[in-house]
Ligand binder design. Structure first.
Ligand code: FES
Ligand SMILES: [Fe+2]
Length: 413
């Protein structure tokens, strides 16, 4: 083997990130490397993903002090825990002794109100302060060693955190989100079902797919039968107007918000909110279009609309009059993304009486399985040496915007 040949175990040649950003053809999908290369995934983590806020879940999953969730992003892990004073904290899941993970399950309740490391049993209060470390030298200062704490915001029950040392301003996102989530009553909601989809694809392919509905008619027949959003804008116009009138007749006034990307709102987290109509006669996302559960928030009746809201690049939400969905995209590796889907209903709703889990989850289970399949097929094709980035259609404007935003983030860092 000559000195220039790549040898197993040696690091791969550095990818020319700046060149790839410069050579991007506007209005087209990204080059293959952005969707497949492990080095670019590391840049994604540093330049984009760890800088932004993301939704960790809903506060109803942590009703009692000591309840926790573990949420991950790439190789990072954070413990979201309810403390003794009922606040919610985010603590980096890395022991301050020699670095072991502390919580090893996805959720649970901390025994005896202490977070105890499984390695040498250092234990921490729920606010991250170190309480017990055996046989340490006298010079060891307990008070100076605590779990790293991350910023947290709870907005109408939605829990957000960020790994950023200097977080983006969350205020505009919080304002827009709290209006939308308040109308839908999400502070008085509870998570009643969870699904985790492991997708063999880059996170940007999963997010682009979520951002566009060009694929809805061919890939999601059930969704398309019920949601006007599946139609091209011009065909949907009159139906959207009718939906808006139905909502206003019930006193639901929820303005669209478009603060997508830091260019529109420098130094702040992105947020967008928009409403879209359901087809005539569809009250909710059930197999027969009939209601699923008791009404939430300000709704006195089904208005035949759905509300989409997004925060940052990884957190998306969908609200109907009687239930809600949280999507959490979790990038894990260059070609591995998890999509966690959580279903919300009114906090007082009773299973079997007020809602049926099968009916509640029918549409978004069906749709998520379809999405996993098409996104994995997309990744397989993108990995081919014959792949060339193609042009976005008019109905993929949001996917195109996402790609433009992503490139601006990569170039700015
Ligand atoms: S690594 Fe946690 S106690 Fe040693
Ligand atoms: Fe889809």
């Amino acid at each position: 083997m000559t000195a220039t040949e790549h040898q197993p175990g040696r690091s791969a040649p550095a990818v020319d990130l700046e060149g790839l950003v410069r050579r991007h053809s506007v209005g087209h999908a990204l080059a293959r490397e952005f969707y497949s290369d492990p080095q670019i995934f590391e840049h994604d983590m540093d330049r984009v993903l760890l800088r932004h806020w993301f939704c960790a879940g809903h506060a109803s999953s942590l009703p009692t002090p000591g309840d926790f969730l573990v949420v991950e992003l790439g190789s990072e892990s954070v413990i979201i825990v309810r403390t003794q004073d009922e606040t919610i904290r985010a603590l980096v899941n890395v022991c301050r002794h020699r670095g072991s993970r502390i919580c090893t399950t996805r959720s649970g309740r901390v025994p005896a109100g202490r977070l105890t490391c499984p390695y040498h049993a250092w234990s921490y209060d729920l606010d991250g302060r170190l309480r017990v470390a055996r046989q340490m030298p006298e010079s060891f200062e307990h008070d100076r060693v605590g779990l790293r704490s991350l910023a947290v915001r709870v907005v109408e029950g939605l829990v957000f955190t960020t790994f950023a040392e200097h977080p983006l301003d969350f205020t505009p996102a919080e304002q827009a989100l709290s209006r939308a989530a308040r109308v839908h009553g999400w502070a008085k909601a509870k998570v009643v079902h969870r699904e985790l989809y492991s997708i063999k694809a880059n996170w940007k392919l999963a997010v682009e797919n979520y951002m566009e509905c060009y694929h809805c008619q061919p890939a999601h027949p059930d969704f398309s039968r019920q949601h006007v959003y599946a139609r091209p804008a011009r065909q949907a116009e009159a139906l959207e107007r009718a939906g808006r009138c139905r909502a206003e007749a019930l006193g639901i006034f929820l303005a669209d918000v478009d603060l997508y990307g830091c260019a529109a709102n420098p130094g702040s987290e992105s947020v967008s909110v928009f409403r879209s109509a359901l087809h005539e006669g569809v009250a909710s996302a059930t197999p027969d279009g009939r209601p699923i559960a008791r009404l939430m928030g300000d709704f006195s009746d089904h208005d035949g609309n759905s509300t989409y809201f997004d925060i940052g690049p990884l957190s998306d939400f969908l609200a109907y009059a009687d239930h809600g969905i949280i999507y959490r995209f979790v990038p894990r590796a260059a070609q591995h993304t998890e999509m966690e889907v959580l279903w919300l209903v009114h906090e007082d709703a009773v299973e079997g009486t007020d809602y049926d889990v099968e009916r509640l989850t029918w549409l978004w289970k069906t749709t998520s399985i379809q999405d996993k399949r098409i996104v994995e097929l997309n990744q397989a094709g993108v990995n081919s040496r014959f792949f060339e980035p193609g042009p976005y259609s008019l109905q993929e404007a949001y996917a195109r915007r996402f790609v433009d935003w992503y490139l601006s983030e990569m170039a700015a860092a």
